[in-house]
Design a protein around this ligand. Structure first.
Ligand code: PGA
Length: 258
């Protein structure tokens, strides 16, 4: 199965609106003359910059799609401080990162909340980028597969096969995020193969072959090619290196099949 690569930039809580606009304009410029990239390129700015960033792409034939870093599962109501899928659709947002480890860790997001967000995103034609990953302690105690299996099964709860095919997963070992300590391509490939097998057992094997599964954790323009050389790795979710046009463009170009 030939799956189109995905490179998504997770800006986290960085960038004022003016800095965000400058970054995407620089990025567009760097990718402009590179022809058909054959990579789905996504930037995920903070909520406050979504409108301005999607306006930059409004009139062009965009090579870059815009995603949110989170969303609530309800369409509206008394949920102070939250952003709904309807609000994201209104801004032409096509992706949402769901269940990032920082949200699970600092904002107490549970597997059940992650599942509700996934279902809601799909209902609003927003593609969820579902994050899963183990802590260093869990890896050292040989509990990586248990943790990943639990997160993946919970994420898929109640989804139909055709919905499963639309998902993007990101394997992000918590010990590799923002630490400069990348998982080796083999380590990442092994866990991603396991994620695909888990999806196959929870849904249909054919569904699992469509799901794009990314690696995330200290990805750079220098290590992207060796990660992409692995058969199971379909792209990357990039934090720190997505904050500069030069490094993010380098990752996008390094992810191309040819
Ligand atoms: P990093 O972050 O690339 O800075 O390690 C990745 C992420 O948290 O998505």
């Amino acid at each position: 199965m030939d799956r189109k690569p995905v490179i998504a930039g997770n800006w986290k809580m960085n960038m004022t609106t003016s800095a965000a606009v400058k970054l995407v304009q620089d990025l567009e410029y760097k990718l402009e003359d590179k022809g058909n990239l054959d990579v789905d390129v996504i930037v995920c700015p903070p909520f406050t910059s979504l409108r301005s960033v999607s306006t930059v792409f409004e009139y062009d034939k965009p090579k870059i799609a815009v995603g949110a870093q989170n969303m609530h599962w309800e369409e509206k109501g008394a949920f102070t401080g939250e952003i709904s899928p309807l609000m994201l659709k209104d801004l032409a947002i096509r992706y949402a990162i769901i269940g990032h480890s920082e949200r699970r860790q600092y904002f107490s997001e549970t597997d059940e909340m992650v599942n509700k967000k996934i279902k809601s995103a799909l209902n609003h034609k927003i593609t969820p980028i579902v994050c899963v990953g183990e802590t260093l302690e869990e890896r050292e105690e040989n509990k990586t597969q248990d943790k990943i299996k639990k997160q993946v099964i919970a994420a898929l709860e109640g989804l139909q096969g055709l919905e499963v095919r639309k998902l993007v997963f990101a394997y992000e070992p918590i010990w590799a995020i923002g630490t400069g300590q990348t998982a080796t391509p083999e380590q990442a490939n092994d866990v991603i193969r396991f994620i695909r097998a888990t999806i196959a057992s929870a849904s249909e094997p054919e569904d699992a072959t469509h799901v794009r599964i990314l690696y995330g954790g200290s990805v750079t323009a220098d290590n992207i090619k060796s990660l992409m050389a692995e058969p199971e790795i379909d792209g990357a979710l990039v934090g720190g290196a997505s904050l500069e046009a030069e490094s993010f463009a380098g990752i996008v170009l390094g992810a191309r099949h040819s």
